[in-house]
Design a protein around this ligand. Sequence first.
Ligand code: RM4
Ligand code: MN
Ligand code: MN
Length: 431
Amino acid sequence: MTTQIIDSGQVEQHNASQRATLQADYDALGGMLSRRGVDIEALTAKAQTFAVALPSWGVGTGGTRFARFPGKGEPRDVTEKLEDCAVIHQLTRATPTVSLHFPWDKPADPKALRQQADSLGLSFDAVNSNTFQDQPGQAQTYKYGSLTAQSQAAREQAVAHNIDCIELGKTLGSKGLTVWVGDGANFPGQHNLRGALERYLDSAKGIYAALPDDWLMYIEHKLFEPAFYCTVIADWGTSFAAAQTLGDKAKCLVDLGHHAPNTNIEMIVARLAQFGKLGGFHFNDSKYGDDDLDSGSIDPFQLFLVFNELADATLRDGTFKPAYMLDQSHNVTDPIESLMSSAVEVQRAFVQAALVDRAALAGFQEANDALQSAQALKKAFRTDVSPILAMARLRAGGAADPVAAYRASGYREKVAVKRPPKAGASGSGIV
Ligand code: RM4
Ligand code: MN
Ligand code: MN
């Protein structure tokens, strides 16, 4: 039996207050879609198949390079993080998995953590290693890099940490390791550009060798930060080359915020999918850099175009199933509200992409009808699928309006009492 953290009677009461208007909106949308030859029930069923993993580090207030303004009742350890994740899943029914970050989330008793997750109806997606900051008592510093450090001892320590993450992940039932390194240089000349990548590949081979057969290693690229002149795994090309060099279990992970502004991310997605190396995503949104803003809050059309490529890739290969994860930092909102809305925004793009009339689009493309091709995408993007998303939640036992139901539950106020700030609590420390 799954423990429901928010009283299910309260959720039911919320839904009862929404049901009639939702049904009316759903019926109106259903009529409109049927005139377009689209069956709303098929879309709602599709929406129910959508799932995106929650970042454990996203349920606490993040921070910037300047300050962190913690919110009330923030989770102080990994078990409290799981409770918050369970609330998000209970109300959205779209986030059944959690991505942990070690050592931030290192459990004293991994088996007990797995049991807790299980009792909350959650399981674990890819685990993340952290060699971008030093931990107290650590023998070697990562100040000058980790997997690519000049120091062999630092490299070995970083490899060993990644292998520890795999071991922990095995106990937790995870099937993937996400590796992001901040390694790079702040000055021209600081690094031998080729030598640093050679060291990366050498270290990464050591990690890859420890991967179980049914695991994937996700290689995450990022243009800059904390290294401001060059980053070793800066772009999808380098990520792709590394994944190719390592083998079939190595794939590329696209974090939407890790590109220069205006980069055509949907084309990167298409390229990686074409060559079998698209492993998964860290969804978020951005205006300038790795802003880690809520998914769909700045450029929802880009998110839609990414899902349009994913829909195309899925049509070509039914087994194609990249990992969907959120990776956000919340500074001015309640993280639970941001993560719920973000999961829904990603799900929205997924459903809108399913609305694209692919046969018509192919016809327009063949006829070189640029205007109608663009309109075919816009027609799907402009369709407000909110009633479909709400109905999918309602039918799955979630909330018609997750944020409203969450606010009505008083959850944050309750945990604020239960979770007084404690010294040394594990924070998020987003980079
Ligand atoms: C990085 C990257 C990683 C995340 C850290 C916290 O910029 O996005 O995925 O683990 O931040
Ligand atoms: Mn990321
Ligand atoms: Mn990032």
